[in-house]
Design a protein around this ligand. Structure first.
Ligand SMILES: Nc1ncnc2c1ncn2[C@@H]1O[C@H](COP(=O)(O)OP(=O)(O)OP(=O)(O)O)[C@@H](O)[C@H]1O
Ligand SMILES: [Mg+2]
Length: 725
């Protein structure tokens, strides 16, 4: 559970950044609760030593008993010289008093390890709120509580309450983790894989410093080229999206492991799509739209962040794969197909040049198996040829690094050297994908380093990281191409009052926004209905029009294929009766008569309000399928035609739009335009809208047409409240 206090609500980006800058670069640290016998306090000292901290470290405990050979005091105030940061190893109950003491010593940052706050329930949340109130009064920035602190590897300073790897390398990957444990695991992994880190921050319950705050900071940090982020919930989505936009501008990747598809925030929307679009799908859509790379494991998180930090956005999304093992080529080809990794073929001149460089090898294709016989300078030659082909943004060389002292035995050391020379001599960024994770032990890493290659741990992890890298590069290029702003459509005028409005009213609202509808007449008497049906000719659909019946079929208030005046009159009476039987006293606006349509594909386009991310568009295959298979694509609003085209392509059943069972292909452009107008109408309604759904939107070869519409408005006070905030 999270705190309810909003972190420093009124402050701007600049002041938040300055505060973090100060907090993350302490020149002196007091460890409160330090004891010789405590592995925890010893760990803080050891971590600082391992990172090469040059500042002063003080131990503080109530009795003033010396600890860890440090200058020890009975209170922070007793230290008698300025201290920047306190690490609080005391229990939750003692934290408040320690903050007072820390403030007396001029300390401005406190890292709080103790758990037992908002994560435990209401009482804990109140304690946490009190803690933050006190800290604000005292002018102290609290990192945590319930966290493991931070380590600024680049600045050689920190307050890290866990073991810290001895051989951590400084580098371009920034790490922020809400969970201390995951932060710790990431740091260990980074060290294990030889990945360089700029700064790692764990935020715990984050009532004052959130993962989003740290993200903002790291994005602007010159020493950070990518951010690896672990979180259970994204704090302040609007600011997260702004940080992501800034990251795109700077060509820095945000790689995120968002765990815990938390309990569904209740969506009160009456629409189908409202209940079908789960939290995690919205997060997925948001991350994808802002080009944050979502991964599913800690390993992928750190390796992808490393790869993206090394290359930045690629010049092209294609990957060239060169290997000495046919087996590994097959694995990578399979993975590439699964992950959508683009492996363009070699062009004509490149193929000829490769054939000349590899006499006797017939199969010149990407991925390229130059076989184990190629132990000379073939690698170098091939890499230089590949480098000239513009479709390749990155090169992957598949080869084992020597795990033991096998360099001399198998000649792999020499091979590694030639690969290193090749990769070093080309402009295209390149990685070595070790065939398995086993070989990336100390000996392997040392050999790779000596050869000047960046070795990724294993084929699957390496291929996945490259797939994410190319996806991100493509996304950035597309974002750049799309930034030409779409003119905002004039917002439709919503009728006053909240709640669902009738299909007829919804239709009028959406028609203002240019959404195409099946022609229809609102009949207020049986004879008017019969007259309308005669006007259309042929069979008609007869539907009750009432704001109190959002789903008409559910109560048999829809009659389809009704033909002939007598039947139309009967259907009129039946649907009204169905409504009044369902609930006496419902408001009946009339009965809608529309010509029956046949064939085509029924889509659903719905907009729903996510409590964190705002208005969300879902597009799917309509009718029964919507509820059964939930084949939906999701995006945050606003969207462009290109987004919608992409959404249609994502549907598992998208092939039906191409025409199946003798149907002609559906008019995709008409579908996209209609959906964009629906989305624009929703976006224009903004805070006034609770949910909106067109189900079905019927599409055939001749165009797209809405056969039904459902709009639910929010009470005005809610809508205005939102606009003001
Ligand atoms: N003019 C029409 N021509 C052909 N079929 C129609 C027509 N109008 C409605 N239908 C069919 O009848 C179904 C039910 O109609 P409609 O969508 O208006 O009712 P509903 O029960 O309120 O819908 P929902 O399930 O979205 O709440 C539609 O999904 C569509 O398949
Ligand atoms: Mg419907």
């Amino acid at each position: 559970m999270r705190a309810t206090i909003s972190p420093s609500p009124s402050r701007g980006l600049q002041s938040r950044r300055e505060e973090l800058q100060r907090a993350l670069t302490p020149a002196s640290v007091a460890i409160v609760g330090a004891k010789d016998a405590s592995a925890t306090s010893y760990g803080v000292v050891e971590a600082l030593n391992r990172v090469g901290f040059g500042g002063r470290i003080f131990a503080v405990n109530r009795s003033g008993t010396p600890a860890h050979g440090l200058p020890t005091f009975a209170s922070c105030a007793a230290i008698g010289e300025p201290v920047d940061t306190a690490v609080l190893l005391v229990p939750a109950g003692a934290v408040g008093d320690v903050l007072d003491d820390a403030a007396a010593a001029g300390i401005r940052t406190a890292v709080v390890l103790a758990s037992g706050w908002a994560e435990t329930g209401l009482a804990g949340a109140a304690d946490q709120e009190a803690l933050v109130g006190r800290a604000r009064q005292l002018g102290i920035t609290v990192i945590g509580p319930n966290c493991l602190g931070f380590m600024n590897v680049a600045a050689r300073a920190g307050a890290w309450v866990a073991s810290f790897p001895r051989d951590m390398r400084q580098g371009p990957v920034g790490i922020v983790s809400q969970s201390g444990g995951m932060g710790n695991a990431l740091v260990d992994l980074a060290a294990e894989f030889g990945i360089g880190v700029s700064c790692v921050v764990t935020t715990g319950n984050e009532p004052m410093v959130t993962t989003t705050d740290v993200l903002e900071y790291l994005i602007e940090d010159d020493g950070t080229a990518s951010v690896a982020m672990f979180t259970e919930a994204i704090a302040d989505p609007a600011r997260f999206l702004a940080a992501a936009a800034r990251a795109r501008e700077l060509g820095k990747a945000i790689v995120i492991l968002k765990a815990g598809s938390s309990t569904l925030a209740a969506r009160n929307a009456v629409s189908h799509t409202g209940s079908l679009v789960g939290d995690d799908r919205v997060v997925d859509a948001a991350l994808r739209q802002c080009a944050a790379i979502r991964v599913r494991s800690l390993e992928e998180l750190i390796v992808t962040a490393d790869v993206a930090a090394r290359t930045g956005p690629l010049r092209a999304p294609g990957v060239a794969v060169v290997s000495i093992s046919g087996g590994s080529v097959d694995i990578v080809a399979d993975e590439a197909a699964r992950l959508g990794l683009d492996l363009p073929q070699f062009g004509e001149p490149a193929s000829r040049a490769i054939t000349a460089a590899l006499p006797g090898f017939a199969a010149v294709r990407n991925p390229l198996d130059i076989t184990g016989a190629a132990l000379g300078d073939e690698f170098e030659q091939v890499l230089r040829i590949v480098d000239k082909q513009q479709e390749f943004g990155v090169v992957a060389v598949l080869c084992n690094v020597p795990a033991y002292d096998s360099c001399k035995v198998a000649g792999i050391g020499g091979l590694l050297t030639t690969i290193g020379r090749g990769l070093g001599s080309i402009a295209t960024p390149g990685f070595l994908l070790s065939q398995s994770i086993a070989h990336l032990n100390e000996a392997g890493r040392a050999a790779a380093r000596a050869a000047g290659v960046c070795a990724l741990p294993g084929l699957s992890l390496g291929t996945a990281a490259l797939a994410r890298l190319t996806w991100w590069s493509r996304r950035l290029a597309a974002a750049g191409a799309r930034s030409a702003a779409q003119p905002a459509p004039p917002p439709p005028r919503a009728p006053p009052g909240g709640g669902a409005i009738s299909e007829w009213a919804a239709r009028q609202l959406l028609e203002q926004a240019g959404v195409p509808f099946v022609p229809a007449v609102l009949a207020r008497s049986a004879s008017a209905a019969a007259q309308a049906a005669a006007g259309f000719g042929g069979p008609v659909a007869v539907k009750l029009v009432s704001p109190d019946v959002p789903h008409k079929s559910d109560i048999a208030a829809v009659r389809l294929g009704v033909e002939g005046a007598a039947r139309v009159r009967q259907a009129f009476a039946d649907v009204v009766a169905a409504g009044l039987t369902h609930r006496p006293g419902i408001r009946v606006e009339g009965v809608q008569i529309a010509p029956m349509r046949r064939g085509g594909v029924e889509l659903v386009a719905g907009v729903t309000r996510d409590p964190h991310w705002g208005l969300v568009l879902a597009v799917g295959l309509g009718g029964l399928l919507v509820e059964v298979v939930a084949d939906l694509a999701v995006r945050l609003l606003p969207v462009t035609d290109a987004d919608i085209e992409e959404m249609l392509g994502e549907l598992r059943g998208s092939a039906v739009l191409g025409g199946v069972r003798g149907e002609r292909p559906a008019d995709r452009v008409a579908a996209v335009t209609a959906i964009r107008r629906i989305a624009d109408a929703a976006w224009g309604l903004g805070g006034e809208l609770a949910s909106l759904e067109v189900n079905p939107l019927r599409v055939d070869h001749a165009g797209a047409e809405a056969l039904d519409a459902l709009v639910e408005l929010r009470p005005r006070d809610l809508a205005l409240g939102e606009a003001a905030s």
